[in-house]
Write a protein that binds this ligand. Structure first.
Ligand SMILES: Nc1ncnc2c1ncn2[C@@H]1O[C@H](COP(=O)(O)OP(=O)(O)O)[C@@H](O)[C@H]1O
Ligand SMILES: [Mg+2]
Length: 418
């Protein structure tokens, strides 16, 4: 069958052919009544990438992102063992990968596929164990962070404080004196010792003690090496943080996770390079290259403000290819997403978009090689679920795609009142 390869440059095409690619769907050709599915669209996973999946609500974004996860899981062992996936699940829907997609069995058969369950590993926040137990969600383990892993900025962003105001200054002063593995109470005690405005001291200490209720702190903290394992697909369910602090806490979690992954991969990359220079026999990669999937990304790296995760996300986007980190961002609001994310993406998958602001955000990138305006291509997409445009910066081409059906159950279905 003819095939289209995206995300791969000419040199790699010559060197690897179709090796290390995943099938994400089929090319839609023709318009109107002539429309049909043709070549398979294969995407490179040998190199690191930045992918952005956009589209209005219900257009298939989360679904598409899970097709990537399934495909990475299904790779031949020699490729798969060099990769792992970390998904940030803001809606609590990715755990359903553990169940087969029996609902779309017929559609799957048309594609020559079968419903299948995937062995993914799900973490839920340390302090939310009971809530998840009550909901009968099948999680595998809890995750947490040590308070000592947070910088002054981390605390300020997540508590909604300004680093340059008195509260931030106090925190920075106190944290600079803390040593070893300390608890939130230890920070509180140090604050009390400090000679500083008494009201501010009380306020900050109180805020810190309240942060314990987020349920993400413990003395041990989760070790990254637990989940940066060959072929492992890990989900971090952050869906239960509601209220005013909700997104602050979610951003803190994403920021801390990403910082750890980045640090480990940078170290590992150095080791890998040394061993290549020394021309040692090619050893198996100890820490796999990592894919990070982030749903509702405009909240973690918005255009108009900074969050506890935005700095590290920008660093990873700009430098992540070197240490081997790929990112897949999902957003229904591309115009609210930091513009660097779209401009650094080498693959954009655009499901149906209706808001002009969002279409304009797409127009700002990658239009040099497009014959017509993006509206024309979006209009031509058949009215089916899972159709999208793929803008491939590597080949400077645009394709219409129908994303393949998922083999595992999709948890994002909207409820029906009837
Ligand atoms: N490639 C696809 N093939 C078949 N059905 C799909 C596909 N993509 C999406 N769907 C259907 O569309 C629904 C909405 O998709 P979802 O990814 O949850 O939307 P979004 O994340 O954009 O809000 C899914 O529940 C599924 O039934
Ligand atoms: Mg979604």
């Amino acid at each position: 069958m003819p095939e289209i390869r995206v995300g791969r440059d000419w040199d790699d095409l010559k060197k690897f052919g179709s090796k290390g690619t995943i099938i994400i769907g089929k090319n839609i050709v023709g318009t109107g009544a002539e429309t049909h599915l043709a070549s398979e669209i294969k995407f490179d996973v040998l190199r690191p990438h930045v992918i952005v999946v956009v589209g209005k609500r219900g257009s298939g974004k989360s679904y598409t992102s899970q097709v990537f996860a399934e495909e990475i899981y299904k790779l031949p062992e020699e490729v798969r063992r060099n990769l792992c996936v970390v998904s940030i699940d803001t809606q609590g829907i990715f755990w359903s990968m553990k169940y087969p997609n029996n609902k779309q069995r017929d559609l799957l058969y048309q594609w020559g596929l079968k419903p299948e369950k995937f062995s993914v590993f799900e973490y839920v926040p340390f302090g939310q164990k009971d809530k998840f137990d009550k909901m009968d969600v099948l999680y595998d383990k809890t995750f947490s962070f040590k308070p000592s892993e947070l910088t002054t900025s981390d605390w300020c962003y997540s508590l909604g404080l300004d680093e340059n105001e008195l509260e931030g200054i106090l925190l920075s002063k106190v944290l600079s004196k803390m040593k070893g593995n300390y608890s939130i109470e230890d920070i509180g005690a140090k604050i009390r010792e400090e000679s500083f405005d008494e009201k501010i001291k009380l306020k900050v200490e109180n805020m810190l003690l309240n942060a314990k209720n987020w349920g993400i702190f413990s003395e041990q903290g989760t070790n990254v090496y637990e989940f940066l394992k060959p072929g492992k697909i890990t989900i971090f369910d952050v869906s239960l943080f509601g209220g005013g602090v909700g997104w602050n806490v979610k951003s803190l979690i994403v920021g801390l996770l990403m910082k750890k992954i980045y640090e480990v991969r940078v170290l590992e990359r150095r080791k890998e390079e040394v061993s290549t220079i020394e021309e040692e026999e090619k050893k198996e990669r100890e820490i796999p290259l990592c894919w990070i999937i982030t749903d509702e990304a405009h909240n973690f790296i918005p255009s108009e403000r900074a969050t506890a995760s935005s700095d590290i996300i920008l660093t990873v986007i700009r430098q992540g290819r070197q240490p081997g980190i790929s990112q897949l961002f999902i957003t229904q609001m591309p115009d609210k997403l930091h513009s660097d994310v779209l401009s650094q993406a080498d693959l954009v998958i655009s499901h149906r978009l209706t808001s002009q602001r969002d279409i304009d955000a797409l127009k700002a990138i990658m239009q040099t090689y497009m014959l017509y305006s993006i509206e024309k291509y979006l209009d031509e997409l058949p009215k089916l679920k899972g159709v999208a445009l793929i803008l491939d910066d590597n080949s400077e081409r645009l394709y219409k795609i129908r994303v393949r059906p998922r083999q595992s159950w999709h948890g994002g279905e909207s409820p029906v009142a009837l």
